[in-house]
Design a protein around this ligand. Sequence first.
Ligand code: FEO
Length: 165
Amino acid sequence: MTPDDAVRQALCTHMGREFAAHFQYLAMSAWLAGEGLPETSGFFGGQASEEHVHAMKFLQFIVDTGGPVEIPAVDAPAAAFASAEALVGSALAQEEQITRWIEDLVHLARDHRDLATEAFLQWFIREQVEEVATMTELLQVVRHAGPSLLLVEDYVTRWKPTRAR
Ligand code: FEO
């Protein structure tokens, strides 16, 4: 079933948000690298890659259901942060916002009796639970570490193999 135009446009809009998240995580990764935190920078680089995959899932779904794909303009990401804690807090807020947008999309798909879009979005509902949990935990670790950000580097180094998918 092809999404009606309101659903398709909402999917295109959200695809743009996932690309924006990709760029935001890249900017965070770059800022962390500049702070001399290579492991945490690498972790955020990995998050950036995940967001690109998310955006491409939307793109492919829109293609598969008849298109057309319209890629929206993306605002420049924030490039400077007051602290690592502020950066991670911002990342958590971003994930919480994306969760709300995904939930809104599910409700829109239901309102339009669009079962294919609703089924497609279920993966993102589960993914957002993990993304919010990951960033919540990282924020807790950063707060525990206080000024000892090398502890965060150590945590991220150990986290990657145990929680990688
Ligand atoms: Fe694609 Fe982290 O939301």
